[in-house]
Design a protein around this ligand. Structure first.
Ligand code: NAI
Length: 245
């Protein structure tokens, strides 16, 4: 029997990358999967469905409050419950603080951080009624140590950690756990967009001498979603090859 047999997981931004790896991992462990994305990749739906569990994808902008409330209502109608929420959707719009535009700042705050509020606000009442739930915020090493050119991104990722800690304290008595994962340098579309020299420089500094894989993150997300972590809440799990410790 899988670690997530009978559970329903909602993952934001799971058409590709880390979110997709988490969806596949959860489905392989027995969960039914609802995922959102700005643009749904039907190949991802097909890959998850091949693992033999229910999967449905919802096209939505995680930064939109009203849309999120409606999507979560729809998911609850389609699946009956939500046991696991992974706030994964995220973007970067980098720039040095003196050159960053207001639009770059606002967009990253909305997509990375407000989205997590939108989903937690919509999902927590159902989890509280069920007296059970696991919420996972996808933070970043940038939220722990800062990163030049990422004042907006780093702020949202530190915010996601603080949000997980706050919800852990608010909702622990109702059986809801909330934690964050802080990935380091993970090979994905997001980091493939960086110049080759910057990527090589990162790898040099990583004690384990490689970039992480989306599956490395999915393994931590599985642990936090499952009963293996039933006494862990309000924590941050760094998955960074030792880059920050
Ligand atoms: P990615 O860019 O490959 O995937 C992000 C997904 O989110 C895409 O499918 C995209 O369409 C979706 N998305 C973007 N804006 C959205 C919105 N407004 N509403 C709904 N969906 C939206 O990125 P990756 O690498 O898979 O990252 C996933 C998460 O992990 C992000 O939160 C990112 O900040 C975080 N992370 C990634 C690291 C890396 O090295 N790749 C390191 C640390 C954290």
């Amino acid at each position: 029997m899988g670690l997530l047999e009978g559970k329903v997981a909602l993952i934001t931004g799971a058409s590709r990358g880390i979110g997709k790896a988490i969806a596949l991992k959860y489905a392989a462990e027995g969960a039914d999967i609802a995922f959102t994305d700005l643009v749904v990749n039907q190949d991802t739906v097909t890959e998850i469905a091949a693992l033999g569990h229910k999967v449905k994808a919802y096209e939505s902008n995680a930064a939109d409050f009203e849309q999120t409330q409606q999507i979560v209502e729809q998911i609850l109608a389609d699946f009956g419950k939500i046991d696991i929420l992974v706030n994964n959707a995220g973007i970067t719009k980098d720039g040095l603080v003196m050159r960053m535009t207001e639009q770059q700042w606002d967009a990253v705050i909305a997509v990375n951080m407000k989205s997590a509020f939108n989903f937690m606000h919509a999902v927590v009442p159902a989890m509280a009624r069920a007296k059970s739930g696991s919420i996972i915020n996808m933070a970043s090493i940038a939220g722990q140590m800062g990163n030049p050119g990422q004042v907006n991104y780093a702020a949202t990722k530190a915010g996601l950690i603080a949000m997980a800690k706050s919800v852990a304290k608010e909702m622990g008595s109702r059986g809801i756990r909330a934690n964050a994962i802080a990935p380091g340098f993970i090979v994905s579309d997001m980091t493939n967009a960086l110049p080759e020299a910057v990527r090589e420089e990162y790898i040099k500094q990583i004690p384990l001498k490689r970039g992480g894989t989306p599956e490395d993150i999915a393994n931590a997300a599985l642990f936090l979603a499952s009963d293996l972590s039933s006494y862990i809440t309000g924590q941050v799990i760094p998955v960074n090859g030792g880059l920050y410790c």
